[in-house]
Design a protein around this ligand. Structure first.
Ligand code: SAM
Length: 391
């Protein structure tokens, strides 16, 4: 990795007047960094600026405050972190180590504000007072989030927090062409319902100067009518279109980014299958209820009945199997896939997000064998496999 980049990162992290935040995360192949994640930011304590370090290990976080010179970026990178994001007031640097171990470095000259308060509120991405949040019914007429919509508001914000770095990464690697006014990012929101996420993604991408066209799909015509009226009131009819269609009945389309937030049951599979068939570059899908595999979990081989004799555990096992198989099928179709918790479960019990980017990489042979073995153990056939005609 170029020394100049490490020096630059170290310079920012050591400068109390420049650092906004830095995050070290992920694990490089065959390496084991000492923490799962480290987040750094400046914090003012008793009129002195210190470097706050939050480390995460086995889902537990620990906060320590250090002098700025005390943190050694090179040492941390060499310990095996796969990703590093450093934001300063004038420059954002990201480093991602590829599977082969080479660093991909991306720089962008973005202006950011420092926040050094000790009990800092999380930076809001969407201003509650914005017109579109009022129109879609998340904020009230005074520009305050309605208590009943707070969880949805937080869900869409956290969704955006994951979308942005994923999108920037794909643009930086060249796997996704930088969107322009003439060739905007083509986005599909599957099972868009009241289109909270649809409008939020459109607004936020525009704010980040990423031209985009977004199509919201929902089988209910009332959704289409309601959402189209809002888009028209906001003057957005050219860039947001709502269609009343079943996802499974969609034809071939140009899609760069496919999103779905809680599309019911196998509608999530329809959304994934359609996205794979249309070579969507990025998929961000937060599944909802899982009935398909649950109902197939009939022939239980031993000793698994120890788990499945408890209804609730059988249900959770069904959820885990469904999403694991979805991720594995995506992987076997050339998508780098992971499953993350995108928001705390106090805001929704459906808080997993399948994130997949189309790298076209071929999987090792035993990945297919492992997939098939899992199907055999449980005698199941996931809906996604049916849809993609994948055995
Ligand atoms: C739980 S709501 C989620 C709505 C929205 N994404 C949100 O998070 O607020 C699920 C939506 O998916 C739609 N839906 C379910 N199955 C569908 C399908 N097969 N095709 C299109 N829309 C579907 C429903 O009509 C409903 O509006």
């Amino acid at each position: 990795m170029p020394e100049s980049s490490i020096e630059e990162i170290q310079e920012i992290v050591s400068d109390p007047n420049r650092l906004v935040r830095a995050i070290f995360s992920g694990r490089r192949r065959n390496m084991q960094p000492i923490y799962e994640k480290i987040e750094l930011r400046p914090v003012k304590l008793h009129d002195k600026l210190l470097l706050q370090m939050i480390t995460v290990q086995e889902s537990k976080s620990r906060t320590t405050n250090l002098d700025f010179e005390a943190f050694n970026c090179l040492e941390m990178l060499e310990s095996g972190f796969a990703n590093c994001l450093v934001e300063s007031v004038d420059l954002t640097l990201t480093i991602r180590f590829t599977k082969k171990g080479g660093p991909l470095i991306h720089r962008s000259e973005r202006k950011l504000l420092q926040s050094t308060s000790h009990d800092r509120q999380k930076n809001r991405l969407l201003d509650p007072d914005s017109d579109f949040l009022r129109q879609i019914g998340i904020s009230d007429r005074n520009g305050l989030i309605k208590p009943s919509m707070r969880d949805k508001y937080l869900q869409i914000e956290e969704f955006l927090r994951i979308l942005m770095p994923t999108l920037r990464d794909e643009i930086a690697t060249g796997r996704l062409q930088k969107p322009t006014q003439d060739e905007p990012l083509n986005v599909f929101d599957h099972g868009c319902g009241n289109a909270y996420l649809t409008f939020a993604v459109h607004y936020f991408l525009n704010e980040q100067e990423i031209p985009n066209k977004i199509i919201g799909i929902d089988q209910r015509d009332e959704s289409r009518q309601r959402n189209t009226k809002i888009a028209s009131d906001l003057g957005l009819n050219d860039s947001i279109v709502f269609r009343a269609e079943k996802i499974a009945e969609l034809g071939a389309e140009n899609v760069d980014l496919a999103i779905a937030l809680h599309a019911c049951d196998t509608a999530t599979d329809d959304a994934i299958a359609w996205s794979v068939e249309n070579h969507a570059q990025i998929l961000l899908v937060s599944p909802c209820c899982h009935h398909d595999l649950q109902s197939q979990l009939v022939k239980i081989s031993e000793p698994w009945s120890i788990i499945t004799k408890n209804g609730i555990l059988k249900e959770r096992l069904g959820d885990i199997l469904t999403d694991s198989l979805r991720a594995q099928i995506l992987k076997l179709h050339g998508y780098r896939t992971d499953i993350i918790e995108f928001i705390g479960d106090e805001h929704t019990p459906r808080n997993l997000l399948i994130r997949a980017v189309f790298t076209k990489s071929t999987s090792e042979a035993d990945e297919k064998a492992k997939y098939q073995e899992l199907l055999n153990i449980w005698s199941v056939r996931p809906r996604l496999a049916e849809l993609l005609n994948f055995s």
